[in-house]
Design a protein around this ligand. Structure first.
Ligand SMILES: [Zn+2]
Length: 89
């Protein structure tokens, strides 16, 4: 089963799972607050042909670069954003 790196949104109840297949973040509810139960196996938010869902892997609070990337119509993804030194701009 695929594993998606997942960040905690500052709203306190949203998970941002980067999907390398869809090239976007899938939003999942954390269930009221972030607990261990917020992560783990979820039904995929991808197109229906993706069977079995995926695992959400906790990466901690969303960084500024993740939140910026989230606003892009075509997100670059965590690997592109984290390695760029754009956080200070
Ligand atoms: Zn997807």
């Amino acid at each position: 089963m695929r594993e998606l790196r997942t960040w905690r949104h500052p709203d306190g109840n949203s998970l941002l799972a980067w999907c390398p297949d869809c090239k976007r973040y899938h939003w999942h509810g954390a269930g009221g607050s972030f607990t261990d139960d917020s992560f783990g196996h979820r039904a995929a938010h991808c197109h229906p042909s993706v069977d079995g869902g995926y695992m959400l892997i906790d990466q901690g609070p969303a960084t500024e670069s993740i939140l910026q990337d989230l606003k892009r119509r075509k997100p670059l993804g965590p690997d592109e954003t984290q390695t760029s030194a754009g956080d200070k701009r």
